[in-house]
Design a binder for this molecule. Structure first.
Ligand SMILES: NC(=O)c1ccc[n+]([C@@H]2O[C@H](COP(=O)([O-])OP(=O)(O)OC[C@H]3O[C@@H](n4cnc5c(N)ncnc54)[C@H](O)[C@@H]3O)[C@@H](O)[C@H]2O)c1
Length: 244
């Protein structure tokens, strides 16, 4: 069988779905892992890939899901840690702590445990690999009301750097892509509100909210052999938003 085995978490929607489609179009064998198993099945069927019902907040579900991918496709060679939520919003003084717990569980615990399970498998297999985490420019640029989410993405950046350092000796590279706002189901409500959308666009020097297709090429590049000397990098795709 040709192509690499690629595992995309949160692959049933938005950026994850577009990433899964792009790998499949490049000839890779893709596992679409998502807590929404039915949606994962639909996407996997379109890609001729496999669907895995996986809740990244649940370590047992993660370990079982990674083992299932190995059984059905072979050991994972590329992992994209994309599953993420915002879960709400609010100023630090107002935010219910349950919202913080939810976002920490998916974005931080999830990225950590999936990395642990897949990197362990990659080390055992001995053929190296590549991990790409989906962060956010929010890790580096604050927006009022988004502090809970931004803290989780700063943690994702830290996991990226530690992973790169610790896994280098095993030939495993770890990088992250940090988008600015992107049109996906996650942001659909915001984008439909003309004032909210204009407010976001006004912060972007290129004056355009990204489409998923603006983000996917960098994910594929970082996962590819052409990026063989790049590890521990967090690269923004933000129309210049971090400049202002
Ligand atoms: N859309 C944006 O503007 C934007 C910007 C920067 C970063 N991001 C990041 O990109 C990633 C994808 O976002 P999106 O906009 O495509 O969101 P989305 O809501 O369209 O898709 C997220 C997917 O993750 C899945 N998911 C949620 N919780 C899960 C869990 N516990 N286990 C497994 N899967 C789970 C959902 O079912 C869904 O399929 C997230 O990490 C998000 O933080 C998005």
């Amino acid at each position: 069988m040709s192509g690499r085995v690629v595992l995309v978490t949160g692959g049933a929607s938005g950026i994850g779905r577009a990433v899964a489609e792009a790998f499949a179009a490049a000839g890779d064998r893709v596992a679409v892992a998502d807590v929404d198993g039915a949606a994962a099945e639909r996407v996997a069927a379109e890609l001729d890939g496999v669907a895995v019902t996986m809740d990244v907040t649940d370590q047992a579900s993660v370990v079982a899901g990674v083992a299932e991918v190995a059984d059905r496709l072979g050991p994972v060679e590329v992992l994209v840690n994309n599953a993420g939520v915002v879960a709400g919003g609010g100023l630090l003084v107002d935010l219910p702590v349950e919202v913080l717990d939810t976002v920490l569980a998916v974005n931080v615990r999830g990225t950590f445990t999936v990395t642990q399970a897949v990197a362990t498998q990659m080390i055992e297999t001995g053929r190296g690999g590549s991990i790409v985490n989906i962060s956010s420019i929010g890790a580096r640029q604050p927006t009022a009301g988004m502090g809970h989410y931004e803290a989780t993405k700063a943690a994702v950046d830290a996991i990226t750097r530690t992973g790169a350092l610790e896994l280098a000796e095993h030939g495993i590279r770890v990088n992250a892509v940090a988008p600015g706002p992107v049109h996906t189901p996650l942001t659909a409500g915001l984008m439909e509100d003309p004032r909210a959308r204009a407010a976001w666009e006004s912060r972007i020097p290129l004056r355009k909210i990204a489409q998923t297709a603006d983000v996917t090429p960098l994910v594929l590049f970082l996962a590819s052999a052409a990026a063989g000397h790049i590890t521990g990098a967090v690269v923004q795709v933000d129309g210049g938003q971090l400049l202002v």
